[in-house]
Design a protein around this ligand. Structure first.
Ligand code: FAD
Length: 452
């Protein structure tokens, strides 16, 4: 019998690969090692669990460990950490609850994900200083904020104005807490561009989130538990802290085995998710992908990217080579009553660095026909290359119809459409869903006018 398909990491990338490989080959031995207790969980739902909109942690699990074992015939072992890879012998070293052993592999998938970055702040080890990257971490935060009694937190400091920071600000306000949000850059949501950021900042302030922009957090003060956030110019009393300043790829295990990393620090992979080592693949938050606009390696750790790459690798290792597909960095975030979204290259400097000559147009349109009740403004920022007329990216913000509208531009990026081609797309229209000229088309019309 051939050696098994071994997977390190039991979440989006790993279990998508396992499931697809099983569907394609009912006889293949598939072993997945997960160091924690949870598998196939949606960390993306954690802010809504903390908010109380999702009742149980179990609700975030899409397929249980038992279902993988009994219904999909996958040898899934939780509480088993892979601590080493020997590419010559084609084995991994595994530490389980009671034993340490070597497991041979025919093909190996590294799907170890990413970890929350914890800067070396003073007082970072105080009680009630949290990150939010695992289900147990979400459970701990929720149990603290829902606790009753004199220690129950009333004021929370959120460090970082990225999408997790914004979602947590909403979750914590939803639980009735006062929230201070600290961001060292001039704006929140840097990858979404200034137009979106300014709208989101206004929304945060209208929801009584106290914003500290251009503010570097230096540390936390307290005896046992945190009592204050110390910034470069003030001391803000808080009872709990959530740090959300980004993630780093869990790539040490791979690097120690001789797997090459890219410039981002994540694992370098080719179009099939292969690493530089024979029979070793990588997918998900631990791996770089190819950016569809620049053609260069990029690291944008998001859920669909992980699921998609895992699925493609599951198909490849069972005999049908399938590219993992490029990424556009398409993302959406809910900020209280606003939706914000982005895709592709929208930062002028980054576009120039990639060899483009960017030009952009920002328009304000509406989410519904002007006469149809209940509409609201949508701002669209569309970016293109002056020379080729190719669409490079877009960002959008509004109260409705944004998170899915960005997908038109994401599709345009994958298809390599020009602004003039987007201008003449046959998009849907009915009064409750948008104006006759969809905001995407209006943005393309205005940008095309600038290009002509
Ligand atoms: P992970 O989900 O990190 O899974 C990796 C697994 O590998 C972990 O379970 C880990 O325990 C295990 N592991 C690591 N090392 C070892 C080892 N040596 N041995 C055994 N097991 C190991 N993405 C979006 O697209 N949209 C969103 O709205 C969104 N919201 C998010 C909100 C939050 C709060 C967080 C934390 C993430 C969010 N994400 C979102 C990101 C998304 O969750 C990730 O992109 C996705 O989970 C990546 O899947 P993965 O399988 O690559 O890695």
């Amino acid at each position: 019998m051939s050696e098994p398909f071994v997977i390190v990491g039991g979440d989006a990338a790993g279990m998508s690969a396992a499931s697809k490989a099983r569907r394609e080959n009912p006889d293949l031995e598939i072993i997945a090692f997960e160091k924690g207790d949870w598998v196939s969980y949606g960390a993306c739902g954690l802010p809504y669990y903390v908010k109380g909109e999702i009742e149980d942690l179990e609700d975030l699990v899409s397929v249980t460990a038992t279902e993988f074992r009994e219904e999909r015939d996958i040898d899934l072992r939780t509480q088993h950490e892979v601590t080493g890879i020997d590419p010559q012998e084609q084995t991994v070293t595994v530490e389980g609850p009671d034993e340490r052993f070597e497991q041979a592999y025919g093909t190996l998938l590294i799907a170890t994900g990413a970890s929350a970055i914890v800067p070396p702040f003073d007082g970072v080890n105080l009680d009630d200083v949290h990150t939010l990257h695992s289900l147990p971490a979400g459970a701990e935060i929720r149990s603290r904020i829902e606790s009753t009694g004199p220690d129950s937190p009333e004021t929370v400091g959120v460090v970082g104005g990225g999408y997790i920071g914004i979602e947590m600000a909403e979750a914590l306000r939803g639980q009735g807490l006062s929230v201070h949000l600290f961001e060292m850059l001039p704006h929140v949501l840097a990858p979404f561009g200034e137009t979106v950021a300014e709208a989101v900042e206004a929304e945060l302030e209208s929801q009584d989130v106290t914003l500290h922009l251009n503010t570097r957090v230096e540390g936390f003060e307290g005896d046992e538990a945190v009592q204050a956030v110390r910034t470069d110019d003030e001391r803000v009393p808080v009872d709990l802290v959530v740090i959300g300043v980004g993630v780093q790829a869990n790539a040490d295990l791979a690097a120690e085995a001789g797997v090459e990393l890219g410039e981002s620090g994540a694992i370098a992979t080719d179009e099939y998710g292969r690493t530089n080592l024979e029979h070793v693949y990588a997918a998900g938050d631990c791996a770089e992908m190819t950016n569809v606009v620049t053609g260069d390696p990029d690291h944008v750790p998001l859920a669909l990217t992980a699921n998609r790459a895992g699925r493609a690798i599951g198909q490849t290792v069972t005999g049908t080579p399938t590219p993992v597909g490029p990424i556009a960095g398409t993302a959406a975030v809910k900020a209280f009553d606003l939706e914000a979204a982005r895709t592709g290259l929208i930062d002028e400097e980054r576009a120039q660095d990639a060899g483009f000559n960017p030009i952009s147009a920002t328009i304000t349109s509406a989410s519904r026909a002007g006469y149809y009740p209940g509409g609201s403004p949508i701002e669209v920022n569309l970016v293109a290359d002056r020379q080729s007329d190719a669409v490079l990216g877009a960002s959008m913000v509004g109260e409705e119809g944004v998170a899915k509208r960005i997908d038109t531009i994401a599709t345009a990026l994958h298809a390599g459409l020009t602004v003039h081609e987007v201008e003449y797309l046959d998009l849907s229209y009915a009064p409750p869903f948008g104006p006759t000229w969809d905001p995407v088309l209006t943005a393309a019309k205005v940008l095309a006018g600038k290009l002509d």
